[in-house]
Design a protein around this ligand. Structure first.
Ligand code: SF4
Length: 408
């Protein structure tokens, strides 16, 4: 379903709906960012996706999702950022991270990366569970109490147990969020409501009994298990940050692909474009997804049953997002880069091939970041166009302006 641009008004306060807004230096209400978003002139638009028309006629043409011969007409990829005038990614976020003053003491936890860097590419849907559930502002502090496998949410001083109230509100709010077609979610860490993991749980006498997930976060993650979700604290880690951003753009791309009403042949083309990306996350997932792609064609031709094909697409989407959850490693990415470099063994002089191989091995050993061999590879791609290589989403999984490949 096409996201409803007005849907973000679902926040209790329209002022809490932000899109790259920046809080005032004093911690006051968010202000519109003074800086324009970075240029997206090089970003590719989803309009390049294969169009509908797969259906039964295409089923029999579904081929192997392998590399494909050179010069094959691989459909133009849709990757990187949304189009300049297209919809932004829609990301749920703990409201205090945007600079909204919703914390128990009336403060905020503004995160500049969330608002300024990533904020240039996304539309945020801010949620403060404790304010929206009616706990007041300011309010007494809350914490998790009891057994870590079934913690209770209680007010620290009074001991009042508000678990059921939070759970009831969370179930309703998460249903609203599901209808918003989110591409990801960023949670505030260590919060008894929003924390994704390792939130302290205290025993009856005030001693820590273990850790758990925040009450709202539990409901959210259970209802949307494949949604890319991260905590702002973990986003400080270069590898986790890159993985999260890769996943939100991947989910956005997958949903744009589904909106084209693709058939089995288009799924083959999509899977082909993901080959290098998936292999950088693990070979088993790539092979499992390949089997699903093959089954899409047989489901249509043997049963004449669009429901069978739809279930394959559903399974593919789930497995695709699950595969990307495992962060890519230097070793697997180096293997992928050597695979791509192999496409140039007949067109590049020996010294250029040796240089490319050396940069890839330096990347494997941790001596240079991913951007180094990627820059050399794309340089050769410009001079020696190869449709199969150019069609790989691995080359351009998110906006270059985010500079993630300078740090992994
Ligand atoms: S961590 Fe969650 S509950 Fe706490 S202030 Fe931020 S958004 Fe609200």
């Amino acid at each position: 379903m096409e996201p409803d641009p007005s849907a973000s008004t679902i926040a209790t306060d329209p002022a809490l709906v932000a899109s790259g807004g920046t809080p005032s230096p004093s911690g006051g209400d968010p202000l519109p960012s003074a800086d324009p978003p970075p240029s997206r002139s090089e970003a590719r638009a989803p309009s390049g996706l294969p169009r509908a028309g797969g259906g039964a006629a295409d089923a029999g043409r579904a081929g192997s999702p392998g590399d494909g011969p050179r010069g094959d007409a691989v459909p133009a990829p849709a990757r990187g950022a949304p189009a300049e005038d297209g919809p932004r990614l829609r990301i749920g976020v703990s409201s205090c991270l945007l600079g909204n003053r919703v914390r128990y003491d009336g403060g905020h936890k503004h995160d500049p990366y969330v608002t300024q860097t990533l904020g240039a590419w996304v539309e945020y849907v801010p949620v403060c569970p404790e304010v929206e559930a009616g706990f007041g502002l300011p309010r007494p502090t809350l914490h998790l109490k009891g057994a870590p496998d079934a913690p209770r949410l209680v007010f620290t001083d009074s001991g009042e147990d508000v678990t059921e109230r939070m759970l009831t509100w969370s179930a309703r709010r998460v249903r609203e969020l599901q209808a918003l077609d989110l591409d990801g979610y960023i949670l505030k860490n260590r919060s008894p409501s929003c924390g994704m993991e390792r939130v302290k749980v205290f025993a009856a006498k005030g001693l820590q009994s273990g850790t758990a997930r925040g009450t709202f976060a539990s409901v959210l993650l259970e209802a949307m298990p494949l949604l890319p979700v991260e905590e702002e604290g973990r986003l400080q880690d270069d590898r986790l940050r890159e993985n999260f951003v890769e996943r939100i753009f991947a989910l956005h791309r997958w949903k744009a692909f589904l909106r084209t009403a693709p058939g089995p042949a288009q799924l083959v083309a999509f899977h082909t474009r993901q080959k290098m990306t998936l292999l950088s996350h693990g070979r088993l997932a790539y092979e499992e997804l390949g089997r699903l792609v093959a089954s899409a064609g047989s489901a249509k031709t043997s049963r004449g049953d669009a429901v069978g094909v739809a279930s394959v697409f559903d399974a593919y989407g789930r497995a695709y997002m699950a595969a990307l959850r495992h962060p890519a490693t230097r070793g697997r990415r180096a293997d992928v880069l050597h695979h791509l470099a192999g496409h140039y063994k007949r067109v590049l002089p020996a010294d250029d091939r040796a240089e490319l191989s050396a940069r890839i091995d330096e990347y494997r050993r941790g001596l240079v970041p991913l951007i180094v061999p990627m820059t050399l590879l794309t340089h050769h791609l410009r001079h020696h166009p190869d449709p199969w290589v150019a069609g790989q989403d691995f080359l351009d999984p998110y906006p270059a302006e985010l500079m993630l490949r300078n740090h992994v």
